[in-house]
Design a protein around this ligand. Structure first.
Ligand code: SAM
Length: 493
């Protein structure tokens, strides 16, 4: 690849003689030429700038000087590379007179660094690494006369890209040129000793920041290298690194998480993202969902969510009028008003998407005294720990089922119960009833630390339903794993 840098401070680019880029130049992998823009001036003072039309502070670089310089540099780079091997073509090596079989015209890209340009990214570096010639026009003062980019942009043979390093202002384009040359050059074949270094890097194909890296000594300043890295277990190391990349990206670059391709996220990835408040709805990209306590103003939205999700979770044999009757008796806006107003008896947690839509909720019924048994005798006989709270509802919109939202709601429910006190003690157990036929829900609850303790019967209209009763010991510490989406509980109050 050929790269030409035009600047009024050629010495600024001396650093490109060092390290891997310097070696790539010496090895002939990169034909990098640095030109002094003043070589194209004709006056005694070698002037490259003038006052701005329209007035204002500072000076502007003249288009005529830039035009001559760029025409020359682009002309020497525009000679198609012969199909057979010949010496490099450039300012110092004129094109061979006798043409051999010609390849298509070379791809020439004129890069104009400017804080008002498009953001320079790894994806752009990858694209630029496929060009034949990059020409970098380093501005100074207030920048280069706008007609330069306009003029070359109108040419069919040159691609013009105005590029910004970031949202700050530098004194000149030389630092940008150093950055762009280094980012592009390290992608050229043969430049990096170990091309595998490129595979898992930040901003690569995975769309994640890289995981943290460690070397010897294993303990430094009292800090130990994470144990998994010295385990020799490649699978666990790979999983740990992936988890770290996901967590680090979620914390520092939410914009990158929102852009992740859901097809590249496996179940374990989704659980990790859920722990950071990111969920992958069906058919969509990751979205942020916040779990919080329900507020009085949520009552209507909760009732709507409940009326929508409850029927979807009912067994197919249940009569529509029975389902509707249940909703009218337990899940109207007025009921949620009452639940939200009575914090001693009810805990309501909501999962809210970034655009303010409630996508899930839990309703938990708390005992008012430490020895209050669960409301039904058959359950009271099965759930013996006291105080015992009932997880009456866990519902999530269908799009968010399988996204991990329900698991996070469950963990938040347990965490909130752990800091509540009933007669001076925190609830010891959280129990729920779930339809016997709903295996998926049972597996989810198991993953969230619930175990089956028996069955109970309950009536919805004319149908007598049988539920499994499951209990989570709230004093047993963390559940083994945050469960994925759970199905419904069959709470009856
Ligand atoms: N007046 C310009 C503006 O406000 O957009 C800033 C000109 S700056 C002082 C001079 C030169 O520094 C620019 O022409 C450009 O070459 C370079 N430069 C400054 N900030 C840059 C950035 N964030 N990215 C790329 N180049 C930058």
């Amino acid at each position: 690849m050929r790269i030409d840098v035009l600047t009024i401070f050629p010495a600024y680019l001396d650093a490109l003689d060092l390290s891997l880029v310097g070696k790539a130049r010496r090895d002939g992998l990169l034909d990098l030429r640095v030109h002094d823009l003043r070589a194209w001036t004709t006056d005694r003072h070698r002037t490259v700038d003038d006052t701005p039309f329209g007035g204002g502070a500072g000076m502007v670089m003249r288009p005529d000087i830039w035009g001559k310089a760029l025409d020359d540099v682009l002309a020497t780079g525009s000679v198609p590379a012969p199909a057979t091997e010949t010496p490099a073509v450039g300012l110092d090596h004129p094109a061979p007179a006798a043409a051999v079989t010609l390849t298509p015209a070379p791809r020439q890209v004129l890069l104009v660094p400017t804080p008002s340009g498009e953001r320079f990214t790894q994806a752009m570096a990858e694209d630029l690494a496929r060009a034949d010639q990059l020409v970098l026009a380093c501005g100074r003062y207030e920048g280069i006369d706008a007609r330069v980019a306009e003029h070359y942009g109108a040419s069919s043979s040159v691609e013009v890209r105005e590029v910004s390093l970031g949202d700050y202002v530098l004194n000149g384009g030389e630092v940008a040129a150093l950055v762009i040359v280094e980012a592009v050059a390290r992608l050229l074949p043969g430049v990096l000793g170990n091309p595998d270094s490129l595979v898992e890097e930040s901003h690569g194909a995975a769309g994640l920041l890289e995981y943290p890296v460690y070397t010897k000594p294993p303990v430094w300043a009292g800090l130990e290298v994470p144990e998994v890295l010295t385990s020799g277990h490649h699978g666990k190391v790979a999983r740990w690194r992936r988890d770290q990349a996901l967590v680090g990206t979620a914390r520092r670059r939410p914009d990158m998480v929102a852009a992740l391709d859901p097809h590249q996220l496996d179940r374990a990835d989704r659980v990790v993202l859920a722990g950071q408040g990111w969920f992958v709805p069906a058919g969509g990209r990751p979205a942020r969902v916040t779990v919080r306590h329900g507020r009085a103003e949520d009552a209507a939205a909760l009732a709507e969510l409940a009326a929508f999700t409850f029927p979807l979770a009912c067994p197919p044999h249940m009569a529509v009028q029975d389902i509707q009757a249940f909703i009218s008796e337990h899940l109207t806006s007025a009921h949620f008003d009452a639940y939200l107003a009575d914090a001693a008896r009810y805990q309501v947690l909501t999962a809210e998407s970034a655009d303010g839509v409630l996508v899930g909720y839990t309703l938990t019924v708390l005992p008012l005294s430490a020895d209050e048994p669960p409301y039904a005798d058959d359950v009271a006989a099965l759930v013996t720990a006291r105080p015992a709270a009932e997880l009456s509802k866990v519902y999530v919109l269908p799009d968010y089922q399988g996204s991990g939202v329900a698991g996070v709601l469950l963990e938040a429910t347990a965490a909130d119960l752990a800091v509540r006190v009933v007669d001076g003690v925190a609830p010891a157990a959280l129990w729920l009833g779930t339809n016997k036929a709903n295996r998926r829900a049972q597996r989810s609850y198991q993953r969230a630390g619930f175990t089956v303790v028996g069955t109970r019967r309950f009536r919805v209209g004319d149908s007598l339903e049988e539920d499994l009763v499951m209990v989570r010991d709230l004093r047993a510490g963390e559940a083994a794993e945050v469960g994925e989406t759970t199905g419904p509980t069959s709470g009856t109050r």
